[in-house]
Write a protein that binds this ligand. Structure first.
Ligand SMILES: [Zn+2]
Length: 129
């Protein structure tokens, strides 16, 4: 019987995942690099110059050209979330590292979030296919 190489692709183990994305600041840095790989770019005008300030727990990025204010998650699927990024990153990891679909109830148990939030994140995955 031949070995299916697709099934044996290296994945990110849970210890590796936690080392890379185990804190809010690590998730924020990873998301920042993914969203703006060449550095900040204003979503309204494309200018790269910005200032930043804190509003509560959020960092607000303000474009120096047009004064548009954005956050790391504004305009993304995570825009209105109340969950920490660590929970989202863990959900994405769990959903993408399983060979079979993960039920919302299973996700709820793994992440300690509400069924509704788990269902929504599972729907987010389904919609991206
Ligand atoms: Zn701008």
């Amino acid at each position: 019987m031949s070995m299916n190489l697709i099934q044996f692709q290296p994945g990110l183990s849970m210890p590796e995942f936690l080392r890379k994305y185990g804190t809010e600041s690590r998730c924020r840095r990873a998301l920042y690099r993914a969203r703006w790989p060449m550095g900040f770019r204003c979503p309204a005008c494309g200018d790269r110059r910005r200032s930043s300030f804190r509003r509560g727990a959020q960092t607000i990025y303000q474009c120096r050209a047009c004064q548009h204010q954005s956050t790391l998650i504004s305009g993304t699927l995570l825009q209105d979330t109340k969950l920490p990024l660590t929970t989202w990153f863990m959900a994405i990891h769990l959903l993408t590292s399983t060979k079979t679909n993960m039920a919302a109830l299973e996700l709820k148990r793994h992440l300690g979030i509400s069924y509704r939030a788990a269902w929504r994140s599972n729907m987010t995955r389904s919609c991206k296919r």
